[in-house]
Unconditional design. Structure first.
Length: 442
């Protein structure tokens, strides 16, 4: 789970303004103060931006007209004890390396222990879910209404598990099954990216600026070979930097995760890199993917995704036998995207050297019966949270309905007017879509 969506909570408007909390909380009052309804949301591997400020703007205006929208930074991120264990130069080297040393994970773990040793055991999602209930109480709401994307689905699920009597209407878009191990979910994530890579490469052969040739059957292999080859022959870039295989893969996979509507952003950078030996454009995309600013600075919570994930699953690090099984599954399901670093792909993040052991274990989250069903949203070609995971997550919740978007790209709410309309009707009126409902990606 890696990387990261934020959270934006919805609550019925109140005339009295709640008492101000920390700078990690942001409230946007409802546009129509005389109408009432729900709130929240968040993304995988996306804890690099300041969520309390950014996320409320992502909620559709129609919801804002009916609800106060509360954004907040989870523990470890941005304004809430941000975790950033390395200086910018060390992080540059870490992200660019194509042949990590045996102690690659241990170096980060030790740096985080030295800087945040007392904080790390308390940045897990279960703790953040408790913080959400504190916010609910401070705002004097009887129920929590929530819109959660990607990682935010796990946050919302744990809230429902811990506080079943305080759950209002929950929308969970783009989930991974909480009963699966980190390696199991990573294998499926890599398989989703493999499918996206093949679809992109095939489409690229129809574009005038595509450097992959015209053979649709060989295009994906040609692209993967080029990217992997940068490990031995990195491309020069401006400011004395080089485009390594690790950085190029980061750029490509980020664009693939956005779905076909972002593919055009890759054509020219790939063309420049493959035909002219110019790595600048792909390097710029890699910097965006890695949260590196124009001046070479990284965000204040650059290590939040790792810290949170290890707090959630440190004890589920695989045994050698299970790791071997995961590597074999990667070779079968995602041979192109995982070849460059199969162990890193299976263990993202690698928590084996983390300085404490979390009590969390993979388990099925159950929704309380007798309340409004949880609305789960899945996309049939989501490369980061595959549709099969949404189906499994829905079945495990029990009291839940799955709403499906037919299409690619990560999460559904931002890709479909039909999905947004259904979510709005559910949150504002309590209208639950019929089981089996599908939406298009327009």
């Amino acid at each position: 789970m890696r990387q990261a969506q934020g959270a934006a909570r919805l609550r019925p408007p109140r005339r009295r303004r709640p008492r101000r909390g920390t700078r990690a909380l942001r409230r946007r009052p409802a546009g129509e103060a005389d109408r009432r309804a729900p709130r929240q949301r968040r993304r995988p591997r996306g804890l690099r931006r300041r969520h309390a400020r950014a996320q409320p703007r992502r909620v559709r205006r129609a919801l804002h007209d009916r609800f106060d929208i509360i954004g907040f930074d989870p523990r470890g991120a941005a304004g809430t004890t941000p975790v950033n264990c390395l200086d910018d130069r060390a992080r540059d080297d870490r992200l660019a390396t194509d042949r990590p040393a045996a102690d690659h994970a241990a170096v980060l773990a030790e740096a985080c222990r030295a800087a945040y040793g007392k904080v790390l055991p308390h940045v897990g999602t279960r703790d953040t879910a408790r913080d959400m209930d504190v916010l609910r109480g401070a705002l004097r709401d009887d129920k929590l209404n929530y819109l959660g994307l990607s990682y935010g689905t796990y946050l919302g699920g744990l809230y429902a598990e811990q506080f079943p009597d305080r759950v209002g209407r929950l929308v969970l878009d783009g989930p991974l099954p909480s009963s699966a191990t980190v390696t199991e979910n990573n294998v499926e994530l890599q398989a989703g990216l493999e499918s996206a890579l093949k679809a992109f490469a095939a489409d690229c052969t129809n574009q005038a600026s595509c450097p992959l040739g015209t053979d649709r059957g060989q295009a994906a292999q040609k692209l993967a070979d080029f990217l992997d080859g940068l490990a031995d022959h990195p491309l020069p870039a401006s400011r004395g930097r080089t485009l390594t295989a690790a950085l190029a893969w980061a750029a490509v996979l980020r664009e693939l995760s956005g779905g076909s509507q972002t593919w055009a952003e890759l054509y020219e950078p790939l063309n420049r890199a493959m035909t002219r030996g110019d790595g600048d454009d792909l390097l710029k995309l890699a910097d965006v993917a890695n949260g590196r600013g124009d001046q070479g600075r990284y965000g204040v919570s650059a290590d939040a995704p790792t810290a949170i994930a290890c707090a959630d699953s440190a004890t589920s690090s695989p045994t050698p036998d299970r790791l071997s099984t995961a590597l074999a599954d990667l070779a079968a399901k995602a041979p192109l995207v995982s070849k460059h670093g199969p162990e890193a792909a299976a263990l993202d993040p690698d928590c084996r050297a983390w300085p404490f052991r979390s009590p969390e274990q993979p388990h099925a989250i159950r929704a309380a019966s007798g309340s409004t069903p949880v609305l789960v949203v899945g996309s049939t070609a989501d490369p980061l949270t595959p549709y099969a995971g949404a189906q499994r997550f829905t079945a495990e919740l029990g009291n839940a309905v799955l709403l499906t978007r037919d299409g690619d790209g990560h999460t559904a709410y931002v890709h479909s007017n039909c999905i947004r309309a259904a979510v709005q009707a559910y949150l504002t009126e309590g209208l639950v879509p019929a089981a089996g409902t599908h939406c298009s990606s327009i």
